[in-house]
Write a protein that binds this ligand. Structure first.
Ligand code: KIV
Length: 271
């Protein structure tokens, strides 16, 4: 039962870190799953630009558009009562100029009703983060493997393994905290480095492939439900095997239809 709990705010996420309570985050792309996840007590629904891969079938997140993210965030927001809804700003909507970033993030907040945006990068985007925070837009940061830079990073690989890369990550995390992010996603980062960054920051870190010491955890919903069978990285734990269930249900339905067992009299209307 979560309906008596107050809505999650960015301040509440900070309090949770102070109290040592882990943050539960999942990606979400539609109203139906938003209702289910919200009812199950998930703290943050992240409308990730991974929607472009998971639902739209693209190879990377790079072709996700602002309109696409606004659509998915709007429908997630309809299903969310308690959880904080965060919209990923897609590639090229915040990197070109600060003005672009303010206008695009402002449009997201105005049109979707979400409570925050997320963007990727460290020191290079810190000034932009400050600009967004200054006009009242809460920002979640994202460091480590930043999928919008996948080609520059040479693939989906663990980041921060060598000393120079680890120092850059620490400096990026500090710059983002100083710029005002309310939380920071750490993706594909060695566990010890993620632990170090987590204890150095006052804002919560949210790990994905970043070990057990972050303040919270995020997974792509369709991966943890076992719907996306092609994706099986080491960090992923599957909590269900829904792809098997979907196939079995659809085969049973097809057998019934072909065998004349469905629909039966109990599914039919009288005159
Ligand atoms: O787009 C996304 O789903 C994300 C998470 C993997 C953190 O950024």
């Amino acid at each position: 039962m979560t309906d008596t709990l107050p809505p999650v705010t960015t301040r509440e996420l900070l309090r949770k870190k102070e109290r040592g309570e882990k943050l539960v985050v999942l990606t979400c792309y539609d109203a139906l799953f938003a209702r289910l996840l919200d009812g199950a007590g998930v703290d943050v629904l992240l409308v990730g630009d991974s929607v472009n891969q998971v639902l739209a079938g693209a190879a990377t997140t790079l072709s996700a558009t602002l309109d696409q993210m606004i659509y998915h965030t709007t429908i997630v927001r309809r299903g969310a009562e308690r959880a904080l809804v965060v919209c990923d700003l897609p590639f090229l909507t915040y990197q070109v100029s600060r003005e672009d970033a303010l206008r695009n993030a402002g449009r997201v907040m105005q049109q979707t009703g979400c409570q925050a945006v997320k963007l990727e990068g460290g020191q290079a985007v810190a000034e932009t983060v400050r600009g967004l925070v200054d006009i009242g837009i809460p920002v979640m940061g994202h460091l480590g493997l930043t999928p919008q830079s996948v080609h520059a990073l040479g693939g989906y690989r663990v980041q921060g393994r060598d000393p120079d890369a680890a120092s850059r990550l620490r400096a990026d995390a500090r710059a983002l905290e100083q710029a005002g992010v309310f939380a920071l996603v750490l993706e594909l980062v060695p566990a010890a480095l993620a632990a170090e960054i987590t204890s150095a920051l006052t804002i919560p870190t949210i790990g994905i492939g970043a070990g057990p010491h972050c303040d919270g955890q995020v997974l792509v919903l369709h991966d943890m439900l076992g719907l996306n069978e092609q994706f099986a990285p080491k960090f992923l734990k599957r909590y269900a095997t829904l792809a098997d269930e979907v196939r079995a249900a659809v085969r049973a339905y097809a057998d019934d239809v072909r065998g004349g067992r469905y629909p039966g009299p109990e599914h039919s209307f009288s005159a």
